[in-house]
Structures are given as structure tokens and as C-alpha cells.
Ligand binder design. Sequence first.
Ligand code: 76R
Length: 269
Amino acid sequence: MSQLPPATLEGWYALHQVFALDWAGLHGLDATARTRLVAETRGLLGELASPDVPGWSAFYQLVGGGADTLFIHFRETPDALADAQLRIRRSALGPFLRIEYDYTSVTEAGLYQPTAEAARQAEPYSPEFNRIIEEAAAAERATPHVQSRLYPKIPEGMRYVSFYPMSKRRVHPDNWYTLPVDERNRLMREHGLTGRRFGKKIYQVITGSVGLDDWEWGVTLFAHDLLDVKRVVTDMRFDEASSRFGEFGSFYVGILLSPEEWVEKFLGA
Ligand code: 76R
């Protein structure tokens, strides 16, 4: 028997890019070529991060992670995201960037509670069920809380990021996808309550990637203090949603840089 998937809301598309720099190539540049590269890169990063772009880009210096830098882009359409990617590739900086990992996804708010509630009131997929879901989805979408999940902005002063992909386990008896929607709703409620204890310290952006990338979700956690990331992820490991069902990819930890700072750190004299 198929279980009921949660309705979801989506917002901006997201691309996370992990790059290693070609240090040998950079060291080999003469002064003129370096000056040109610095100027072009300053322009490129400034434009990608411009507030006039619907969406935004941010640039991070990685701590570990086997690479140098993480770029995070949010855009309204996959096309705009692909164009941002191509601009970087075609830029003067492009040949010096070696992609180590990238991840395509879209911001997502899972409507577990409204889906579980609708299933109690009407036959799944019936017109009445669809109407209840649509109404609930529209009401959820209008809330500032859901808007900030679908169209995220880095809160002031949150300089640190932790990004990792994850999936929900599908191995009997811990198969997330065979759980009834009420049970998944209960587990996600518990998850949300643990998360709320970190509400002011951690800003989570969940991006869904089923059908778009190898893992099911991207987790991007912004924080003032990197230790809060360690604390929230530790606490969550003890919630059933993670302890029984969480499977994790590689973790990337970064420090936010303005375009100017990025150029200075990576290309400066
Ligand atoms: O909007 C809400 O507050 C609803 C509650 C909520 C949902 C639906 C929520 C709250 N999360 C949700 C969905 Mn989350 N989150 C993670 C991780 O490391 C781990 O074990 C898991 C990685 C962390 C650290 C975290 C933090 N969350 C999800 C989903 C989608 C799953 C699905 O749809 O089935 C994933 C993969 C996921 C993973 N979560 C919170 C947090 C924090 C800090 C909160 C509170 C946010 C807040 O109150 O604003």
C-alpha cells in the first residue's frame, strides 16, 4: 500500500558549489594577468551577490572539507541558476576553479501536519482532500515563517555555515517511506520542537532535491557560533527522525566573506 507523501511548498532554486582553487595556476600568473583577474572577479562576485538579483549568492571560505571555497546561490528559476553557474565558468576566474562537489535543490517546506489533518477529514486525492490541502498550503505560504524558509536571507551576523546533504533511510524496519503520514507528522513535530530550542541561534534552510540530486535534502545551517551547529546536530541525533531515519553525506563548514574579502583572501598579493 502506498503511503501519503506530504504536500510541499517550494521557493527559490539553490545551487551549492564547492571549489578547490588551482594554486599552481594562480602562482604562475604575471602581475598584469593577476590585476585583470582581481578586477574581473571583484565585478563577477559583486554582480552575483547584487541585491538587484532576485535571489542571492554568498561566498564562504571553507574550513577543511578538502577544498577552498563554497558558493551558495539562490535564484527564482533553474535557468537563472544555470546562468549563474555558466557566468562563473566563463569568467576569468573559471579556469582556476576546480569543482569538487555541487548540489542542486529547491527550498522546501514540508506540510506534514496539514497533510495528516486533511487525510483525517477526506479521502486522499479526492476533490475535498485537494481543496483542504490547497487552502492550508496557501495559508502556510502567506506566513512570515514559511516565507523565510522559501526565500531565505542570512540573518545579520551569522558568519558560519554548515552544509550537508541527507536522506531518510529506506531499510526495513526503518523505512521512512512505509510509515503512515500520522507517524511521520509526529516525528517531524518532535524534530521541529528540538529545532525550536535553537530558533535564535540557528537559521536552517531546507532544500529538497528528490529527483534533482543524489540525496533527498540539503541542510544549510547558518549560525553566529559554529558550536551551536554542533549542539543542534548533536541534539537531533537523539530524535527518532534522525536516530532511526537520518542518513548523511559530507559536511562542509564555511566562513562568510564579502566579495571584496573573497578576492583579497584568495587572489590578493
Ligand atoms: O518550519 C518549522 O519550524 C517546521 C519544523 C521543521 C521542519 C518541517 C524543522 C525545524 N525542520 C524541518 C524539516 Mn529541520 N533540520 C534538519 C537538520 O542533523 C540532523 O539530524 C538533521 C539536519 C537540522 C540540524 C535541522 C534543524 N529538517 C527538516 C527536513 C525535511 C524533512 C522532511 O520533510 O521529511 C530535514 C531534512 C531537516 C533536517 N530544523 C528545524 C532545524 C531547526 C534548528 C529547526 C527549527 C527552525 C525554526 O524554528 O525556525
